[in-house]
Design a protein around this ligand. Structure first.
Ligand code: SF4
Length: 330
């Protein structure tokens, strides 16, 4: 009996907590009178009815936190023209990316490290102490508010579940568009912890008809997948590239991981014996999963830096090195 009475007297408090809510009978009552209205309404009801009302107004646990995929940008959209990848795009399936806030989600970034930070209400680029070539996606986040917001939201949502791989995998699976064929994991951002890396493994395993690929500097999480007898084991449809310029580049050499190197000119790539990837096909094609390649410097580079000088020369010589369209969420 006391339980029922207590619930009864707790009702206005619960209702106030929920901001008045929208109970069917109360929704047309002005907000400021709504709690009193429901209090008096309950006074005339039996305990079962009161219990139903209380139940409706109990704060509900947050089951799903929504994350969002983005439509392909100009560079990764070009994957549609690569014959080896055609089977993943059959039936009008599409290429998407899934992005996080640059720099903040990249625990092993070093030479590329930049972040979009808020200073006096404005977003500005902030390079890391050892930045040599500025992160292209961080510059996008300074320029485009919707891009910043969507990556910020994805990162915030996933960090709330950051020690639970299954929850993160479920959130990603729930958000993946039905017509997905290929996913570039992270045009922006990186694997921020082992649980998150493992969540993507689960997503790939559960979708063997889709292709997932990523560049990463979070090499310790990749390496954690090493089986002492069988070597590195990843799902067939999960293609990774180690992105040189991070804090654990030593692992690229010691474990002979497939890598991408940023170069300042076509001549530099040639000297290294590397093909330049202009359309993400080297990064995505499963048949090239063991072949190193180069990426030409692009984006907006720190004034006066060797990277900025290299960009000037690429522009002067009309060498293709930039990819225009910003990402849009779906
Ligand atoms: S790891 Fe990638 S997203 Fe992160 S700062 Fe470096 S270039 Fe940017």
């Amino acid at each position: 009996m006391w339980g029922s009475r207590l619930s009864f007297f707790a009702a206005p408090f619960l209702l106030a907590q929920r901001g008045g809510g929208a109970a069917p009978l109360a929704k047309n009552v002005p907000k400021q009178f709504r709690n009193y209205f429901i209090f008096f309404l309950m006074f005339g009801l039996d305990m079962d009815d009161n219990y139903s009302i209380l139940k409706e107004y109990q704060p509900q646990p947050e089951i799903f936190i929504m994350v969002k995929f983005s439509k392909a940008n100009a560079k990764i959209e070009a994957l549609a023209k690569v014959p080896e990848l055609a089977k993943f795009l059959e039936g009008k399936r599409k290429v998407y990316s899934f992005d996080l806030l640059s720099g903040f989600s990249c625990p092993f970034a070093e030479k590329c490290l930049s972040k979009a930070v808020q200073i006096n209400g404005k977003r500005k680029i902030k390079d890391g102490p050892k930045t040599e070539f500025r992160c292209f996606s961080a510059s996008q986040e300074v320029q485009y508010t919707n891009v910043y917001n969507s990556r910020f939201n994805n990162f915030s949502a996933l960090r709330k579940m950051q020690h639970n791989s299954d929850d993160m995998a479920n959130a990603i699976l729930a958000a993946m568009p039905a017509n997905t064929g290929i996913v570039r994991i992270h045009v922006a951002g990186d694997f921020f912890n082992q649980y998150y890396f493992n969540a993507w493994l689960t997503v790939a395993e559960q979708n063997p008809d889709k292709l997932f690929y990523a560049y990463t500097k979070s090499l310790p999480f990749w390496v954690d997948m090493v089986d002492p007898k069988l070597g590195i084991r990843l799902p067939e449809n999960f293609v990774l590239t180690a992105s040189r310029g991070g804090r654990r580049d030593d692992l690229i050499n010691s474990l002979q991981l497939r890598e991408a190197v940023v170069v300042y000119s076509e001549a530099e790539a040639e000297k290294l014996g590397l093909e330049i990837d202009h359309d993400d096909s080297h990064a995505a094609r499963p048949s090239l999963r063991n072949q190193n390649f180069a990426l030409l410097i692009h984006g907006t580079q720190p004034k006066g830096s060797p990277a900025a000088e290299a960009l000037k020369i690429l522009k002067r010589d009309n060498v293709k090195h930039s990819y225009s369209r910003k990402t849009a969420t779906v």
